[in-house]
Every structure is written in C-alpha cells, then in structure tokens.
Design a protein around this ligand. Structure first.
Ligand code: NAD
Length: 373
C-alpha cells in the first residue's frame, strides 16, 4: 500500500472536502481498506468499492472527488465517496466473500457512505455488503437491484451525450462514423445504442487488439466473440490494426471507454474526429483537453457523459425501477451535456471547465443549505 505523509494528506483538502478519510484494519481477516467520503452536502455519498493491490489515499480521494462532481452535476441527493479494499480481486471466492463481509462490518458506522460496484467488485459483492449492513447499490436483481451493466446504463448515457453533442460539432448521428476504445460494459452498450440511432461503428479496440472497417462493424457479432472469450480482433470482416492506430482512425465520434489517460499531449493531435464523448473515467489529460479545444474538437467530459451508472444506482437506492432509471439517465445526461456545451461556448472555455463550474455551483448551493458549511 502506498503511504502518504500528513502534509500530503492535508494538502489535498479544499473547500469542498474531503469530509472523512477512514483507514480500516481488521488483522484477523487480513482486511486493510480506505474510505474517502468527500462531500455529503446533498446527502449520503455514493461511490464505488474498488478491490486492488495498490491504490494511494490520494488516488482514492481523486476518485471520490470525481464522484462528488458527477453526483452534483446530476442533481442527485447524494454526495461523493470512494473506497479501496487492498487485495487481489482474483482471489478465491470464499476468501473474497470473507474480506468483503469484513469490510461491510467495518463501514457499518459510516452511515453517510453507500458503496457500489467498481473495479474488482460486482453485484454479488454488493449483495454481501447489503446482507451485512443493509446499505449498498448495484445489487443483484433478486433483491431489487437494477443490473447496470446488463442494461448498459452507462453506455446508454454515453449515446445520449453523443446525440445531444452531435449538432454542436456539426454532426447528425444518422450515418456518423464512430470509433470506440474498449469493448467492455461501457463500450459495447455505447456502440449498440449509437447504432440504434443510425451511427456506424468503424473502429474498435479491446486490450488484446484493434480493428477497423469504414463500411461498418456488426456489434452483435462482436458481442458474440466477447461472450466466447475472444478479442475484437477475431472479427472476420475487418482490418486488424495496431492498438495505437485507433486514435488516428478517420471518424466523426471517438469514444474512449477503457483506460485513464487514453488521450494525452503525445497523441491528441492524431485524432481525426469532430467529437469525443468520454465513456471512461479521466480518459484525457488536461493537456489533451486544452489541445482538443484549440483544434475545435468538441469533448464531452467523463463525469457528464458517463453518469448513467450512478444515476441508475441512485434510482435503485430510492426503490425505483429500470424504466425510471433509463428515463432519468436520458433526462439528466442529455440536459447536462447541453448545459455544459452551451456554457463552454458562451464563456469560450473547454467543456471540462464549464462542466466543473456547473457541478461546483450546484455543490455550493447545496452546501449553503447545511448548518455546517
Ligand atoms: P470493462 O472492464 O467491462 O471493459 C473495459 C474494456 O476496455 C475491455 O474491453 C478491455 O479489453 C478494454 N481495454 C483495457 N485496456 C485497454 C487498452 N489499453 N486499449 C484498448 N482497450 C482496452 O470496463 P467498463 O465497465 O466498460 O469501464 C470502462 C471505463 O469506463 C473505465 O474507465 C470505468 O472506470 C469507466 N466507467 C464505467 C462505468 C460502468 O458503469 N461500468 C461507469 C462509469 C465509468
């Protein structure tokens, strides 16, 4: 586990948070975990529980802050938080269950924190936490959960963001050429919902390979390959290209849906698109955002475009259905994309800056309603 000095810990606090940084240690079960509850002005904080061997407190705080901004931008009655359980997520199931149940018991007193699934955890893990303390989102459907990845909550929101942003980039989704980096839960569903709106997938990558076909790639065939445990590069009617060539494929809409920092100073100038819709978290560095702005490429920031999952989680927490969740995603992601891009145009700033202002303005209003500010 990475260490942080007190000076480092206090240095990253600001007027918004974090409200609490809690270190959990239960030696008898080998549990070590960190919970960062960033801001609870809007209500109990929702944020994923990640299981990973090494995440620093600072990184956990950054992820919690991203949730604060995302939840505030979406006007959810929830603040932002994040937690990390230190461990290998591929450990045997019985060990993982014991560790996660121990984590649940340890966070029982942190009533202002509601965990959700993240890298290394899933709906089953949320079911264990809920069983222990009655508090988690992203639950199995059998106990009222909305299956976020099955219905493609985040990918649906990414498609809505693209639909609203397209006219700002002089595009229509009908016939638009789309490239997607990452064919996981977000990339697959974003591709499918965009295809339903008339767009054409012309390039796609996963961790094992990348392909292109300007005439279009069949998403259902790709999905079958994925279910069979194969890479997109096994798709028969496309050209296999190097992974780093994906960024330069001529297209209208480029969607990062895999790793952080996919767009950086050293590759952003190779983009040959008009619109970037950020499905992944922090897929573009600050330099890359600034350069896209200079080049006139419209970029919809991550916490605006990929909020579908947390919106569905909040609807689930309130007892709502899948249909209500999809309607809320359409309304909130669509409205925020429009407000962000209009704000960016009016102030002549990159959309990421306009989106942060939108979220922080809402947070300040919510904080004014609190007795302790
Ligand atoms: P996932 O694990 O289901 O899929 C990730 C995909 O990215 C896989 O196809 C993988 O092969 C591919 N990939 C990994 N490294 C790659 C690389 N270097 N080049 C090309 N492809 C690569 O993950 P996901 O749930 O789809 O999440 C993707 C991103 O979206 C992550 O940044 C995640 O934090 C973010 N996100 C996900 C959700 C959600 O609801 N799942 C919500 C918000 C944000």
């Amino acid at each position: 586990m990475s260490t942080n000095t007190n000076a480092e810990l206090f240095a990253f606090g600001d007027a918004l948070g974090p409200a609490k940084i809690v270190y959990l240690h239960t030696p008898s079960v080998g549990l070590r975990a960190i919970v960062v509850i960033d801001n609870v002005a809007a209500g109990p904080a929702i944020g994923g529980t990640r299981m990973a061997p090494d995440v620093s407190v600072l990184e956990c705080f950054r992820l919690a802050r991203a949730m604060t901004l995302k939840n505030a931008a979406c006007s959810l009655r929830h603040g932002g938080a994040k937690s990390v359980i230190f461990g290998d997520p591929t450990m045997p199931r019985h060990e993982k269950e014991r560790l996660i149940r121990a984590f649940a018991c340890a966070i029982a007193p942190l009533v202002e924190y509601i965990p959700g699934p993240d890298m290394g955890t899933d709906e089953l893990a949320m079911g264990w936490i809920h069983d222990e303390i009655g508090r988690a989102v992203g639950l199995p459907a059998e106990i009222g959960g909305i299956p976020l990845n099955e219905i493609g909550a985040t990918g649906f929101g990414v498609a809505i963001a693209a639909e609203v942003a397209a006219p700002f980039a002089g595009l229509s989704l009908e016939g638009a050429r789309v490239v997607v980096q990452g064919f996981g839960a977000v990339g697959e569903h974003a591709s499918r919902f965009l295809a339903k709106r008339g767009a054409r997938l012309v390039g796609v990558a996963d961790i094992a390979g990348a392909i292109s076909n300007p005439d279009g790639i069949d998403i259902e065939v790709l999905t079958e390959l994925k279910r069979a445990g194969k890479s997109v590069s096994a798709y028969p009617k496309a050209t296999v290209i190097p992974g780093d060539a994906l960024v330069a494929l001529p297209c209208d809409i480029w969607i990062p849906a895999a790793r952080p920092d996919a767009l950086r100073a050293d590759n952003v100038d190779r983009l040959a698109c008009k619109l970037v819709v950020q499905g992944a978290n922090v897929p573009a560095t600050k330099d890359a955002e600034a350069r896209m702005f200079e080049r006139g490429i419209i970029s919809v920031p991550d916490f605006i475009a990929n909020a579908g999952g947390v919106i569905a989680g909040a609807v689930e927490y309130g007892g709502g259905s899948e249909a209500i969740a999809l309607a809320a995603i359409e309304e909130k992601v669509g409205r925020n994309t429009r407000l962000t891009l209009e704000g960016a145009l009016a102030a002549h700033v990159p959309p990421a800056e306009a989106a942060t202002k939108l979220a922080v303005d809402r947070l300040h209003k919510m904080m004014k309603l609190k007795r302790w500010r």
